[in-house]
Design a protein around this ligand. Structure first.
Ligand SMILES: [Zn+2]
Ligand SMILES: [Zn+2]
Length: 350
């Protein structure tokens, strides 16, 4: 069968390969791939900056944003042929640490977790892949091809879950305004989930017009195309930072109202030193009971929260997040990042 593979650590080594069928040890469910979403993590792996092949193997099958149809499922697995599924990306570390031992592998304490298509486990970028039933999420047929958004939505569902957990430190915390910086898939889904919470949603994106500003408007959110430093009067209760820009990260610190929460979701490159008034920032954060936290990955509960959020959302709006669908043979087109792109998808049915 065909699969998209890469030699981790070697730039531009990705290729469409002929690989063996996935062995049953990889999971009792045999899944036929319908689509594979690509994101910055895949581009980093292809650039040779990230990723690891399974022990004893040279190449890694790429891809962690899956969507497929079950072809074989053993009796008692809870799945049947024809079910639409998405694979959970992370697997608990072998120790396991207390977080992984309790199903909270997204909070792994020792970093020895593995990840499909990223770290030591083959990914979902193959015509067929296998899943353990405990790491498969059934997708409501009503979502159709939008099931491909479940993995990125799980990241956002976790961000919101943790914002609300931190918020509950004060029983009287009733947030009203959220500022989302960035309009990639994570930022737009974060804004959508903010609207679902009936919050006043503000979205920062440098482009004044275009498909992203239409998406923001159609959501009912307010678009700001100004530097984030000029939003000092907005006083949001929540900031969700999704730009990947270290300057924006710097500028959202201390931007919230008292009891505010800043949630950081983007993985920036190290090596950017910024001058900040740490005395002033610390003073404001202490006197305002403000919290800043980072979030990554998602556990099973977050995939379920994401599935519920996607079902409740406007499917026409969601489908506009997928700006390019290409057949597997044209996988390179999906990995190119072009202006206006939101989510590119390799469509195995084309
Ligand atoms: Zn991704
Ligand atoms: Zn762990």
């Amino acid at each position: 069968m065909h699969a998209l593979t890469v030699l981790p650590g070697v730039a531009n080594s990705a290729r469409l390969d002929e690989v063996p069928e996935p062995p049953p040890e990889q999971g009792a469910l045999l899944v036929r791939a319908l689509a594979l979403g690509v994101c910055g993590t895949d581009r980093e792996i292809i650039a040779g900056e990230y990723g690891a092949a399974p022990p004893g193997e040279e190449r890694l099958i790429l891809g962690h944003e899956s969507f497929g149809e079950v072809e074989e499922a053993p009796r008692g697995s809870g799945f049947k042929p024809g079910d639409r599924v998405v694979g959970i990306v992370r697997r608990p570390d072998p120790v396991p640490c207390p977080a992984c031992a309790s199903g909270n592998w997204d909070m792994c304490r020792n970093g020895r977790y593995t990840e499909r298509g990223i770290k030591e486990l083959h990914g979902f970028g193959a015509e067929r892949f296998r899943l353990e039933p405990d790491f498969a999420i059934r997708v409501d047929p009503a979502l159709g091809a939008l099931g491909i958004l479940l993995e990125p939505a799980s990241i956002v569902a976790k961000a919101w879950d943790h914002i609300e957990r931190i918020g509950r430190r004060s029983p009287s915390w009733l947030p009203r305004k959220v500022l989302v910086t960035g309009t990639g898939p994570i930022g737009l889904l974060a804004a959508m989930m903010g609207m679902q919470r009936r919050l006043e949603v503000h979205v920062l994106d440098r482009h004044k017009s275009g498909p992203k500003s239409a998406l923001i408007a159609d959501l009912g959110a307010k678009h700001h195309a100004i530097p984030v430093g000029e939003l000092a009067d907005l006083a949001p209760d929540i900031v969700i930072e999704c730009t990947g820009s270290w300057q924006v990260v710097r500028d959202v610190l201390g931007l919230t109202a008292p009891d505010g929460i800043v949630c950081l979701t983007s993985v920036t490159a190290p090596g950017h030193k910024a001058e900040i008034d740490i005395g002033g920032l610390n003073r404001k954060m202490v006197l305002g009971n403000e919290a800043v936290f980072g979030t990554v990955n998602a556990n099973r509960g977050h995939y379920q929260m994401a599935a519920e959020a996607l079902i409740r959302a406007d499917s026409k709006w969601l489908s506009r997040l997928i700006t390019r669908r290409v057949p597997l043979a044209n996988w390179q087109d999906a990995l190119d990042h072009r202006p206006g792109d939101i989510k590119s998808v390799i469509d195995f049915t084309l």
